[in-house]
Each structure stands twice: as C-alpha cells, then as structure tokens.
Ligand binder design. Structure first.
Ligand code: AKG
Ligand code: FE2
Length: 412
C-alpha cells in the first residue's frame, strides 16, 4: 500500500506557529505539510520542528512585525502573482506589517513578507521552496496559455446547471438531489461541461507541446504517475483554489466533516494520463489529501475503472477489506468522484484509447494538526470502527455473563 504524494512537495509547508495567528480561511499551503517522502512512500505525519516565535525580524531589516494586526488597513490582493505561498497568506500577513512598510509598494511588501515566511522553513525545505518558485516562474514567463478563459473561475462556463444550482442552494437535500453514493463514502455527480473538458484537454496538450519543444523538464504530479502535469505549476492555482473553496468545500462540509471537510485550505491540482505511451494503471494507494475530487475529462477509452477498498487510518492502512467496502467505478467524462483521501483505491488498466482525469487533492491544515493528538479514528476509519464495535460487543457480553453469574449465585 502506497501513499501517493506530490512528486516533490515543494509548495506545501509545515507552519504550525503561524497557523495560530491566521484566520482559518488563510491557513493554506503554510500548514499543509506532506510528510517525508521515502522511496515514494510518505510518512504522512507532520514532523515536529522548532519554529521561531511570532515577532520575527526579517533578514537585513530591523523592522518587526506588529504583535496585533492593523484592523483598519485594507490589504492588497496578491492573487495575480505566482508566489510560493498562497496569495491570501500575504493579504493576511500584510495587516501585521510595521507601519513604515504599510505604505510601501506591493513588490517591496511581497519581498519583506516572503523573507519572513521563508524563515519558518528549515534550510532544506527553504532551498526546495525557492527552486520550486523559480521553476514556476520559468514556466509562467515562457508558456503562453492557449485558453486564457480557464485561468479565472467562470462557474456558468465550467459547470453543468444542476451542479451549479445544488451548490447555490447549499443544503444537504440540494446536494443529495444531484449526487449518488454507490458505495459508502464514494460520491459521484455530473460536474463539468463538455466544452470545459475539451478546453482543459487542449490546454494540457498545448502545455506538453511547449514542454517538449523547449526541452523543459517538468515535475510530474505525484510519486506514482510518470505522465500528467501539475495544473498549479502553469498558472491554474488561483482558479483551482476557487474551485475548492466555493464548490468542493461546501460539499465536503456535509459529506466529510469528520476529516476536516469544512476546513479544506490548500490543494494540489493535476491531471493524470493513461493509454498508449502513457501510464497504464495506478496501483493501490491512499492520497495525500483529506478529500479528493477526481473528474474524468475524456477522451475516449476503455478500462481505467477506479477500485475502492474502504477508508483506513495510517495504523490500519494495510488491513483487509470487508465485502461492503469493495466497489468498482467506471469513469464517465464530465462526471466527478469525491472521496476521502484515506479511502484506499487504485485505477485499473486503461485498455484502449486515452484517458485524462483532473485531480484536486484538498487538504485541511487544521485537521492534520488535530490528527496528531488522536488515536481513535472510528468516525472514518473502517478498521477503527470495527475494533470499537468488537470492544463494545465483548464488554456487553462480559457484563451479561457477570449478571447471569450473580443471578445464578443469588438463586442457589
Ligand atoms: O486514475 C484515476 O482516476 C485515479 C487517480 C488517482 O487516484 C490519483 O492520482 O491519486
Ligand atoms: Fe488517488
């Protein structure tokens, strides 16, 4: 059993101390650590690190952040910049800037804040973060997008009408009216318009053509796919963040509350590709996510079914499956599957044609932090649940036999 992880986890940083000072909506990449990658397997646990206390001094500048935010200051938007931390972290941190910095131009503020943020990362990760930033910048400044309309969220152009209506109504009933749950914890629904799927396919093809022509070496989406591309790396991060916040988080709040569904705050967005000259199948694994959105974009193919085998915590990840946990799903273009990241799954061989799927691994830094202090995950791990039920059964049986024994004693 593998944990499928980003091939190089450069943009997701462990950042617990800052996490305590930020509003929940802003706890993004900073705290979504992905664990250590060893031979393609991720340890999954956030490691404890010594972090500097709040009030750090930025390198070469003797200016301290304010202890309390300036609530009257309206922060700038950093959404249009390709940064190694989420734009909203910059907007959030801006209120803590020393008064002399508040009037500085945006570039100066970004530089100041980046230096502070980078101080929270250990040296190895800092170097990797810088390299990833350079990598992204190289792509963004050289790759000319084919369909610019994909790079900002246009719900009416992206999604099918029933999906939009259900999200707009924002009730469990409205969600259930468009969603089916063919197996516990696996939700499927019509989501993307065919034209949107075509545009994304064309954009990915155009990006790959540019990669080949320019001999650019790209990072693959994760440790298990040799093909595919990270959408966040070539400019789609902001759009995908909106997708998570406005469309996936409302659903996850209802269906995956117990794994941080209401606090999803960072994502890893990519496409996987299967078929001739591409990946064939995908081994049994869990995702490095709390909630995974997997939507088929096309094209024409046979095979490629997803197989599910129940949700497990780290301790139980290799335990057997119960009959009711075994489920196969056949992809249909435009149709989404939503499941917990810890729901064990894999993809069967795509036997003909070309299959491309869009994946959005959604993470909750709050959930990851809380998980460190818990041992019993019976509210979402099938095996913890089974063990708990068994303990209860044994305890009831023991109580019953004790009562019977006392009863027998009193009647003799
Ligand atoms: O090929 C698929 O549909 C599954 C992809 C997947 O599970 C993943 O990338 O984590
Ligand atoms: Fe997966």
């Amino acid at each position: 059993m593998f944990t499928n992880a980003p091939s190089k986890a450069l943009n997701f940083f462990e950042f617990p101390s800052l996490l305590l000072t930020m509003s929940s909506g802003d706890r993004r990449d900073a705290a979504a650590a992905t664990g250590e990658v060893k031979n393609g397997i991720v340890s999954g646990e956030l490691s404890q690190r010594q972090l500097q206390p709040a009030g750090v001094v930025a390198p070469n500048q003797n200016q301290r952040l304010r202890l309390n935010p300036n609530k009257d200051h309206k922060p700038e938007s950093y959404e249009d910049l390709q940064l190694d931390f989420s734009p909203s972290i910059f907007s959030s941190l801006e209120r803590y800037l020393p008064p002399t910095m508040l009037g500085a131009n945006r570039d100066e503020k970004v530089k100041f804040m980046r230096e502070i943020l980078l101080k929270y990362l250990p040296q190895g990760e800092r170097t990797r973060a810088l390299r990833h930033r350079e990598y992204r910048q190289k792509i963004i400044s050289n790759y000319q997008p084919l369909h610019r309309e994909l790079y900002t969220m246009h719900p009416a152009n992206f999604f099918v009408a029933p999906f939009l209506k259900a999200i707009g109504d924002n009730t469990e009933d409205s969600f259930r009216s468009i969603i089916s749950e063919p197996s516990p914890g696996v939700f499927t629904f019509e989501m993307l318009q065919p034209r949107f799927c075509e545009l994304v396919l064309a954009e990915v093809e155009s990006f790959e053509k540019w990669v080949n022509e320019s001999n650019f070496r790209i990072m693959r989406p994760n440790t298990m796919n040799k093909y595919g591309a990270v959408l966040d790396d070539f400019g789609l991060e902001t759009m995908l963040d909106k997708l998570m916040e406005s469309f996936i988080r409302p659903l996850s709040k209802v269906f995956f509350l117990e794994v941080g569904g209401s606090t999803l705050d960072s994502h890893h967005g990519f496409v996987v590709e299967y078929g001739k000259d591409r990946d064939v199948d995908l081994g049994f694994h869990v995702d490095d996510s709390e909630v995974t959105l997997n939507v088929c974009l096309g094209k024409q193919f046979t095979g490629g079914e997803l197989f599910f085998r129940g949700t497990r915590c780290e301790k139980h990840v290799n335990t057997g499956s119960q009959a009711e946990e075994i489920f196969d799903y056949s992809h249909v273009p435009g149709r989404a599957v939503l499941h917990r990241g810890r729901h064990r799954h894999g993809a069967r061989a795509t036997t003909s044609g070309h299959r491309v799927n869009l994946l959005l691994w959604c993470r909750s830094s709050v959930f990851r932090e809380m998980k460190r202090y818990q041992k019993d995950f019976s509210n979402w791990c099938g095996e913890c649940f089974r063990e708990k039920k068994e303990r209860q059964r044994l305890s009831i049986a023991a109580t019953k036999s004790e009562l019977l024994r006392r009863d027998a004693e009193s009647t003799t």
